[in-house]
Design a protein around this ligand. Structure first.
Ligand code: HEM
Length: 328
């Protein structure tokens, strides 16, 4: 052996733990109601792995990856016997001031690469293959901004789990053996009111986020009258155990249209953890003391998916295809 790790070719499908990339596409589609559309979508899901290789192998340093997530409604329509224990549609949340809407989506494709052209090429081929079986409901092209900052100017992603903490936080384990290695995925597309944010003094922005802006140091707000975003998004159980999620938020925008956004994407072993974060952000802790980040950021979408591990996805596709063939 040459000592090179050949099995670590950096292209993979369903790799939740793929490295954070400099480009991403977030594609959400609905699948048509007829059997033909369902069959087509299932067969494209079954070939995803090959498509990632076909495009990704053209430049291995581009580190192309794609994760497909399946929504609850489609899951049921595919006629699969079992489904992940917690999978359900995104439940809208109505706080006293801000609301998180629930929006349509049967399939999510989270496409990542070091090159925007690789994401583009993969998405183009994927949509070609899906053809008329799907309708695109949302398509966002994200980019990594300076120092991994969001467009509000704060470093975003610092508290993400790393090393062995990553699978422990993001991947389903033995508690739901059939779906071990998969992950619940929640997405929300936020648009920012940049003018209002710019008028907010930096010290107040820092209080809202819970970190300093320039050097990204955590601010202790245990005794503050209002909790920061960071503190509201920190989930602990009665024994003080903390539950993390894996976020791969990306900025996006079109300055010419005054559009400035953050695409939130969270992967979690337990769906309840993300739901609790959202409850704390929108309802507040105590109720009414909601996340002031929402005064400057409005969610336009909200959808929940489950991204099965690669071997599980293959098995699900085969089972769905058999079921659809019998029903025909
Ligand atoms: C932390 C930005 C939405 C969950 C942070 C931080 C920033 C940030 C700058 C601090 C640095 C870091 O640890 O990453 C944003 C923006 C959002 C957004 C701009 C949308 C406009 C959300 C949503 C959730 C969430 C919707 C969950 C449902 C978290 C978590 C942390 C965090 C878990 C880490 C908390 C800790 O320190 O343990 N976010 N966020 N964020 N955010 Fe968000």
């Amino acid at each position: 052996m040459s000592g090179k790790n050949w099995d670590r070719v950096p292209i993979d499908a369903q790799s939740v733990d793929a490295p954070l990339s400099s480009s991403a596409v977030f594609l959400v589609v609905t699948v048509g109601g007829d059997q033909a559309a369902l069959s087509k979508a299932a067969s494209v899901l079954g070939e995803l792995d090959d498509l990632v290789k076909n495009v990704g192998f053209r430049d291995l340093s581009g580190r192309l990856s794609c994760i497909a997530g399946i929504g609850r409604d489609l899951w049921d329509r595919l006629g699969l016997d079992r489904r992940p224990q917690e999978l359900k549609p995104f439940a809208p949340i109505k706080g006293s001031v801000h609301t998180a809407p629930s929006t349509a989506g049967d399939l999510l494709f989270h496409i990542r690469a070091e090159r925007a052209d690789m994401c583009f090429e993969f998405e183009r081929m994927l949509l070609d293959n899906l053809g008329a079986s799907v309708t695109v409901v949302d398509e966002v092209e994200g980019f990594r901004y300076f120092d991994a900052r969001d467009l509000l100017g704060f470093v975003d992603g610092t508290a993400n789990p790393t090393g062995l903490d990553l699978p422990a936080a993001a991947l389903v384990g033995d508690e739901d053996g059939d779906f071990a290695g998969g992950s619940y995925v929640v997405v929300q597309k936020y648009l920012h009111d940049m003018n209002a944010w710019k008028e907010t003094p930096t010290h107040l922005q820092e209080e809202i986020i819970g970190r300093t802006k320039i050097d990204n140091i955590e601010i202790d707000d245990d005794d503050a009258p209002r909790k920061s975003h960071k503190s509201l998004a920190t989930i602990t159980d009665a024994d003080g155990n903390e539950f993390d999620i894996l976020r791969d938020n990306m900025p996006f925008g079109r300055p010419g249209k005054q559009e400035f956004g953050t695409y939130f994407i969270g992967y979690s072993r337990y769906l309840w953890v993300i739901e609790k974060m959202l409850q704390r952000m929108y309802i507040g802790d105590p109720p009414g003391a909601y996340d002031r980040l929402l005064d400057f950021s409005t969610p336009h979408t909200g959808t929940t998916f489950f991204a099965p591990a690669r071997p599980t996805l293959q098995k699900l596709v085969e089972a769905a295809q058999e079921k659809l063939a019998v029903d025909r």
